[in-house]
Design a protein around this ligand. Structure first.
Ligand SMILES: [Zn+2]
Length: 407
């Protein structure tokens, strides 16, 4: 069925940003069309332009009146850990009161506390809790959400979490796109070596899920005292057997050359990049791998920010994601987060929008969305304002209009 969206006050098409592959962007690359119309069917955008230029012969079967609102490419959150149980609010307070992470960890806090809570509840409860979180994220205008496993840290529990994500993906398939990332290599459980854990849990599950085709990518926490270079390398090699690309939690605590390793494997993205040096940024700028920044973690933990401007100036393809999780960033409003961090990163407005639409889509291997361009997938976000500047200017005010409310 062909549907016309009419009365679009402004359409942020990102057409020019799309042509430039999301790199070296100037404000003009937002390619804003005033007083626009857009025609689409179930598969693709058929036409977009000024409403006065809509060809008369177009077949139109349905009309959606946007009543002077703003239309943008769909907002994409490309890094979350939203399947978990319990909370770590006490840790947040302890940190404010000067307690070190090492002491929090020694007292039973940190990721092991989330693992304990997550493994204590049923998959139905996990599923219902995750649904609530997804509905809330969706209410901010986000239509594609990546979810990682990784709070089980045993064969049965990691399996449980990945199957919960798969169930969520199927439940929302006509509405919200869920991207299922296998991240069992998130941490090493107490009492095991990384080799034992990989052999007993990660490799067998990768084999099983790879054959069943229920995961979309793999991910690993590549840091000192977690998984090393050789293990990260091996995961990405093993994933290719199932035509799965990788993502890497890279260079958060140390410059481990995670960015360079991600580029070597043409990974979908490498994420965090707080400590990456110029060699890593150069590798990223010359690769297809998306550099995903997670400013919420910097804000939540009171840490420094990635040197985004340096990476952007080299020609890096940069996304911003929430990293929504119970320990290091209990925050789920991506637009607010991007607006809050763009001045820190010294990003221009096109870089900001590309970071949460076009480049975030590419961080999930979704190359046919993220811009309002003929032939691209019809995935949009709508905001209740007549000028787009309001969306990132109105910190904490949710202007998103749920798509299903309009159709
Ligand atoms: Zn993460």
């Amino acid at each position: 069925m062909t549907t016309l969206i009419k009365n679009i006050s402004q359409a942020l098409t990102l057409q020019s940003a799309f042509i430039k592959d999301g790199r070296n962007l100037d404000a003009i690359d937002l390619s804003v069309i005033q007083d626009a119309s857009l025609l689409f069917d179930e598969q693709k955008i058929i036409w977009i332009g000024k409403k006065s230029e809509l060809p008369a012969k177009m077949k139109i079967e349905k009309v959606i009146d946007l009543e002077g609102r703003v239309l943008t490419p769909e907002i994409v959150d490309s890094h979350t850990h939203l399947v978990f149980a319990g909370d770590r609010s006490c840790e947040y307070v302890s940190r404010l009161n000067g307690v070190s992470y090492q002491d929090i960890y020694k007292e039973g806090g940190g990721i092991n506390l989330t693992v304990k809570s997550t493994t204590a509840i049923s998959s139905d409860q996990l599923y219902n809790d995750a649904k609530e979180r997804i509905e809330r994220i969706s209410s901010f205008g986000v239509g594609t959400i990546e979810i990682k496993s990784g709070y089980g840290l045993s064969l049965l529990e990691e399996k449980k979490i990945t199957l919960v994500i798969d169930k969520l993906k199927k439940h929302y398939e006509n509405h919200i796109q869920i991207f299922n990332t296998f991240c069992a290599a998130h941490a090493i459980p107490p009492g095991k070596t990384s080799t034992q854990y990989l052999n007993e849990v990660v490799w067998p599950l990768l084999e099983e899920f790879g054959n069943l085709k229920i995961i979309d990518a793999v991910d690993i926490f590549f840091e000192k005292d977690y998984f090393n270079h050789a293990e990260t390398d091996e995961l990405l090699i093993r994933a290719k057997k199932f035509s799965l690309l990788g993502k890497i939690h890279a260079d958060e605590f140390n410059d481990n050359k995670g960015a360079i390793l991600a580029c070597k494997h043409q990974a979908l993205s490498c994420d965090h990049l707080l400590e990456t040096r110029e060699d890593g940024f150069k590798a990223l700028a010359n690769s297809k791998t998306v550099a995903t920044l997670l400013p919420g973690t910097s804000l939540f933990l009171g840490k420094k920010f990635s040197r985004a401007r340096e990476l952007l100036d080299l020609g890096g393809k940069v996304a911003i994601a929430s990293d929504y999780n119970p320990g290091s960033c209990h925050f789920d409003n991506l637009i607010f987060l991007a607006a809050l961090s763009a001045p820190q990163y010294k990003m221009n407005i096109a870089e900001l929008w590309a970071a949460i639409t076009l480049n975030a889509s590419h961080a999930l291997g979704k190359l046919h969305q993220g811009a309002l361009v003929v032939g691209m997938k019809p995935r949009f976000s709508v905001f209740d304002t007549d000028h787009f500047e309001m969306i990132t200017y109105s910190w904490g005010k949710n202007l998103a209009i749920p798509w299903k409310q309009l159709i």
